[in-house]
Design a protein around this ligand. Structure first.
Ligand SMILES: Cc1cc2nc3c(=O)[nH]c(=O)nc-3n(C[C@H](O)[C@H](O)[C@H](O)COP(=O)(O)O)c2cc1C
Length: 208
């Protein structure tokens, strides 16, 4: 119902107050979280037929013990490999691997040897049987601790048991984002983006 006393929220100079409706339009409820990281997850035994799957539904779920999660549709070829081995490696691609990253998310390990076809190099890991991807500057070896079906996806929670980083992205043992140049993915419009520039440090306001 129109309220003759209410100001037009779109007019310049409008000052909102608590009683005014927020000038927003409600949109369809969905997991509108953006951007998210994009990873190349390796699964399967390096001495058998290892596979690579592009994963954007991934994140940190605990600091200590260090844990991450990945969510995979249960019918994926990779899902069976992860369930069987209860291990995977989260390989973080650089911007320069954009095309290879997309390709691993288009073709299936059921009928493709992605390492060969896409042109990525498997390297033996330290704690798990799945290979690291040599071309990715950072690799997290993970052991699955829990799996949970959620709906379209099944979440695999895993402990990070070893990490590797290329010398060229490290300074004083720390990963340099400027050097690692990660890719991000925006599920709202299915676009890949790179990161812009640094705008601040963690809790910088506490140092004022
Ligand atoms: C950018 C991008 C992100 C993706 N993220 C996921 C994801 O988080 N979970 C998932 O199950 N599939 C995801 N996919 C789809 C799979 O990577 C794709 O279906 C792949 O071909 C499956 O490989 P597989 O059959 O060898 O397991 C993504 C694809 C792309 C291109």
């Amino acid at each position: 119902m129109s309220d003759p006393g209410r100001k037009d929220t779109h007019k310049p100079g409008f000052i909102p107050w608590a009683g005014d409706p927020v000038p927003k339009r409600e949109i369809e409820p969905s997991a509108v979280l953006y951007p998210v990281p994009v990873a190349l997850v390796t699964c399967g035994d390096i001495d058998a037929k290892p596979n690579i799957i592009t994963i954007a539904w991934t994140g940190i779920i605990c600091s200590e013990p260090p844990m991450v999660s990945i969510s995979v549709r249960p019918h994926r070829y990779s899902a069976a490999l992860i369930k069987e081995g209860r291990e995977f490696v989260l390989n973080i691609p650089s911007e320069s691997l954009l095309e290879k990253t997309d390709r691993c998310g288009v073709i299936s390990g059921r009928d493709h040897d992605k390492f060969k076809e896409v042109g990525l190099t498997p390297v033996r890991a330290k704690m798990v049987k799945c290979p690291l991807i040599a071309e990715c500057p950072v690799n997290l070896e993970c052991k699955v601790t829990e799996m949970k079906p959620l709906g379209t996806h099944e979440v695999y929670m895993a402990q990070v048991v070893a990490c590797h980083a290329d010398e060229k992205v490290l300074r004083d043992g720390e990963i340099q984002i400027r050097k690692a140049r990660p890719l991000v993915y925006c599920p709202v419009n299915d676009e890949y983006w790179n990161l812009g520039s640094k705008v601040g440090d963690y809790q910088f306001t506490s140092k004022k």
